[in-house]
Design a protein around this ligand. Structure first.
Ligand code: ZN
Length: 320
C-alpha cells in the first residue's frame, strides 16, 4: 500500500481517494489516481481551495497483485469493519445457500443449478442478493466472508487515517470500485452512516439532478444494505472531522460474451483460492463458485436502468 499526500500535512480540508479495496478492482482506481496526480489544473484548483488530497493506492495489495477481490486472508475487506469484540452477525440465509454456491463438483450439476434457481424463485432476487452479498462471518472459505478479525488492510488504513487525517476538520472520501452496471458508467453510492445532512452534502458535491447520489438506506442504490463497510473507520479514527463520502463504482466490460455470466467479472476472484491443502473443494481455481451463484442472480435480477444509465440496457443488481 502506498500513500501520497498532495498538499499541507495539517490542511483542515482533506480529500481521500482510495483504490483497490477489492484488489482486482484497483486497476481502475489506480488509473484515476495516476491521472489526477498528473493533472496540473486539478492539483492547482485543490490547492487554491485549501484542499489537501491523500491518495491511498493498493489498499488490498495482495488482491491487486493476484487478481483477486479478497485479501490474503480471503476476506472481503468491505465487510471487515465490524466490532469483533462483540458476537459477529449471523447470515442464516447464506448458511443455507453456501453448499449450493460452492458445490463439491464442477461444473455444478443441473440439480444444483435448479436448487439455486428454486431458492431465488421462492425468496426473490432481492433476498438472494442480500443473502449472498451482504456479508457472512461463519464460512472462511465462502463468499463475501467478512473475516474473524481486522485484516492487515483494515489495521493499516486506520493507521493512515490517524497519521494523515487526524487534524482535518472537513474530510471527503472517494472509494473507487469496479463492478456491475454499464461499462464505464460510475454510480456514486452514498458512503456514510444514515444521516440526511451528510447525504444532502454528498449529493450537493457529487450528484446531479439526472443522476443523484444513490443510497443503500432508501433503496435508490442497487446495492443491498451491507455491513462492515470500510468508511466506518473514518468515524472511529477521525471523530473530529465532518465526514462526507461516496463509493464510486464503474461498470466493466463482459468477459464471457452476452450471457448473464458477463456480469460476474469483478467477482471472479472472490471464491476460495487453491492452497494445496487437502479438503479444498476447488484446486486450481477461485472463480467457480461466484460464477455459478451469480449467473443465477444476473439472470434473475436484471432490471431497467435508472435515469442516467445507458438507454436500452438492463442493469444487474449491484454486488459491491
Ligand atoms: Zn468493489
Amino acid at each position: 500500500m502506498d500513500v501520497a499526500l498532495d498538499g499541507d500535512a495539517d490542511a483542515e480540508h482533506l480529500l481521500i481517494v482510495i483504490s483497490a479495496c477489492h484488489g482486482v478492482e484497483g486497476h481502475c482506481g489506480s488509473g484515476v489516481q495516476v491521472f489526477a496526480l498528473h493533472d496540473a489544473e486539478w492539483r492547482e484548483k485543490a490547492k487554491a481551495q485549501g484542499v489537501a488530497v491523500l491518495y491511498v493506492h493498493a489498499l488490498n495489495p495482495h488482491g491487486f497483485s493476484y487478481g483477486r477481490r479478497v485479501t490474503h486472508e480471503n476476506v472481503d475487506l468491505n465487510r471487515n469493519f465490524i466490532d469483533f469484540s462483540k458476537p459477529v452477525p449471523v447470515n442464516e440465509p447464506y448458511a443455507k445457500l453456501h453448499s449450493l454456491l460452492l458445490p463439491d463438483t464442477w461444473p455444478p450439476s443441473s440439480e444444483n443449478q435448479a436448487a439455486v434457481e428454486k431458492w431465488i424463485e421462492k425468496h426473490g432476487a432481492t433476498a438472494y442478493q442480500a443473502a449472498v452479498t451482504s456479508g457472512q462471518y461463519q464460512f472462511g472459505d465462502g463468499l463475501f466472508f467478512g473475516g474473524k478479525a481486522p485484516t492487515w488492510s483494515n489495521k493499516t488504513i486506520r493507521s493512515v487515517l490517524r497519521r494523515h487525517a487526524g487534524s482535518a476538520r472537513r474530510l471527503a472520501w472517494i472509494d473507487l470500485h469496479t463492478g456491475l452496471g454499464p461499462n464505464g458508467l460510475g454510480e456514486r453510492i452514498f458512503a456514510c452512516r444514515d444521516d440526511k445532512v451528510a447525504y444532502d452534502r454528498a449529493n450537493a458535491w457529487w450528484g446531479t439532478p439526472a443522476a443523484p447520489v444513490t443510497s443503500i438506506y432508501d433503496g435508490s442504490s442497487t446495492s443491498a444494505l451491507l455491513r462492515g463497510l470500510m468508511w466506518d473507520a473514518v468515524y472511529e479514527e477521525c471523530p473530529q472531522a465532518e465526514y462526507t463520502g461516496i463509493a464510486l463504482e464503474y461498470g466493466t466490460l463482459p468477459i464471457t460474451g452476452s450471457d448473464g455470466r458477463a456480469a460476474c467479472r469483478p467477482l471472479a476472484a472472490q471464491a476460495p483460492r487453491c492452497t494445496g491443502r487437502p479438503g479444498r473443494r476447488y484446486p486450481g481455481t477461485d472463480a467457480r463458485g461466484v460464477l455459478h451463484g451469480h449467473r443465477c442472480l444476473a439472470r434473475a435480477d436484471r432490471q431497467p436502468g435508472p435515469a442516467g444509465d445507458v438507454p436500452g440496457r438492463g442493469r444487474p443488481r449491484r454486488l459491491t
